[in-house]
Design a protein around this ligand. Sequence first.
Ligand code: GUN
Length: 292
Amino acid sequence: MLLLDGKKLADEIKLEIAREVQQIKLAGGKVPHLAAVIVGNDGGSLTYVGHKVKACEEVGIRSSLLQFDETVTEEFILKEITKLNENSDIDGFIVQLPLPKHIDPDKVLLRIDPKKDVDGFHPVNMGKVVLGLPAYISATPQGIIKLIERYKIETQGKHCVVVGRSNIVGRPISILLSSKSKTGNATVTLCHSKTNNLKELTLQADIIIAALGKPEFLTGDMVKEGAVVIDVGTTRVPDTTSKSGYRLKGDVKFDEVAPKCSAITPVPGGVGPMTVISLLLNTLKASKHEVD
Ligand code: GUN
């Protein structure tokens, strides 16, 4: 059984990005610049954005954090987004979700210029992904694809079962894996909470993507010998022995499933570290205007 080490791979890719940023600097080019908008003081969101800013620093990408009070109006945020769209010094930006209840996330995402939408959440980018056109692919699906690519996992002709149909993971990864591409050409079954006989389907899978957000949902009896299992779950469960007071649990019952697999991602240290890398790659893409 091969452990798909997302942490190690992410560190390798970080070095490659750092080298490329250094070359841009040496050539006198503009240093890529990411902005992150955060509204309010949600602990989880502040931690995530903190990781993103730190990763930028590590590779030499400039970052600006725009933090606004929980009480700001929707109109105020929409105006700030327009300013970022028009600011030529900013190559790409993200608006951290969730937003406070009085701000409509759909309105906010629609206001972002798709050329600067390094999260890949704008419908224009989602649509381009569906059509196989150059686009910003959102962080988690892109991280999974990079993991598959670097570990040379064969997807062509394979039966891939995706469990979970969210807009940010399940649906886009099902499209990428079925697309005509080096890391695609799979036959994909997209399963969700209303799927009948889920176990029958997962037992047929050569590759399983577990992205439903239910800790330890995928058990050993649901997986065939030799399958590749990619665990996207990151549920925080209370843990008094840990300094933070919680620990991350994946969607896969690792101890049961791992012995049956040809390859599997751990949680933590699998898909998670690859998602931040994707944001860095998208920021680099934005600075080179590859999606314009
Ligand atoms: N909230 C949780 N994950 C994400 C993400 O990838 N991007 C943004 N903008 N908000 C999030």
